[in-house]
Write a protein that binds this ligand. Sequence first.
Ligand SMILES: Cc1cc2nc3c(=O)[nH]c(=O)nc-3n(C[C@H](O)[C@H](O)[C@H](O)COP(=O)(O)O)c2cc1C
Length: 419
Amino acid sequence: MPHYDENKPAAAENPGRLIKANPVAPSPAEVAAAAPGGDSPPSNAAIQPQCQSEHDREIPEVDLLSPLILRGVTFPNRIAMSPMCMYSAEDGFANDFHLVHLGSRAIGGTGLVMVEATAVTAAGRISPGDMGIWKDEHIDPLARIARFVETQGAIPGIQLAHAGRKASCDTPWNGGNSLKTPAEGGWPVIGPSSLPFSADDPVPVAMSETDIEECIEAWGAAARRALKAGFKVIELHAAHGYLMHEFLSPLSNHRTDNYGGSLTNRMRLLLEAASHLRAILPSELPLFVRISATDWVDGGWDIEQSIILCRELKLLGVDLIDVSSGGVIPDARIPVARGYQIRFARRIRNEAQIHTGGVGLITDPQFADEIITSGQADLVFIGRELLREPYWALQAQHALAIEPEWPVQYGYAVKRRAK
Ligand SMILES: Cc1cc2nc3c(=O)[nH]c(=O)nc-3n(C[C@H](O)[C@H](O)[C@H](O)COP(=O)(O)O)c2cc1C
């Protein structure tokens, strides 16, 4: 069952908030050295005032509600809606459900609203209900979403995806089983090697080098459509056991050509795709990559390989690594707990010197704030808690002792009680 079934203002404008100094925030010199391109605008860390005295160390440099600048994009805060499949598209088309679903998180103060895994080819969908961007007709309904999200002061992002050998499944609320035949509504699946995800899943067709080239082209065409639709962030999905991750992990990649075997070869597809996307994106727009930092299995993909990968991605102009984990095999033992993936975000941030996003069982605003103020990540991605509470970001502002930045239509009416 290859589905997702996982069990404002700047600090200076909020002088009332007392937040710890960030012990590992890079210095301006480090940030300048880390900047992906000489013409890029300075990152958020580069524009933070430096401590002038012992006393100043109590002044927050960056917190959950501080803006983040990546290239030419200013995120109003560090709260991102994690991409989440809704399995509610028909033939890949976004519809009114998606507009209201994503739009309400934008009204709710989320700084970055990321559209769910959006398939770059029809065969790359997890289910027939996945969002798609494999044809030009998909652009208009996506543009409607991006436009609305932006009118609410949030940044619209989109995750581009290919499910690889985990494609062709029923929706989770129908059991999520593999759809094995066209009669069941399924289609043939592809992957790096002819190894199924689990024993009773379809055996994928191992991709030829021509298939790989076509696939990279499909990611590029999808990125061009996403730009036309008005998205300001593109995230390349290379996590959770889907196609890109399948190439990275020695558990799912048994190839003997240029795309398998050594770490260099297993990273090749993702690096080629990232490089292709970076060349398509204008220099003022950031490129994110979501990875699984570990397979949680001996002999699989792990954090050490992830750090090497992220150094390479940074050299190609990737701006932020959205750090998740797991998904390439069905029976990994994952120690799921509050913020259990944050240590990987911290290591990648420190050792690859690239911005990171932290995700996974983050529900409490204070905890999210600590992730930022302690320098473990630059963005916090919230998944299920934003399904439970679309206005989580406004609640976080309240919990962190600032007046929520209500939409103007609400603010004049509700602000008395907020005090
Ligand atoms: C319903 C659902 C759908 C998801 N779809 C995606 C997806 O499209 N892309 C992705 O990278 N992660 C997806 N995920 C994983 C989430 O983005 C997130 O990483 C995960 O739920 C952990 O964060 P949380 O504990 O805040 O929910 C999905 C998770 C859920 C619950």
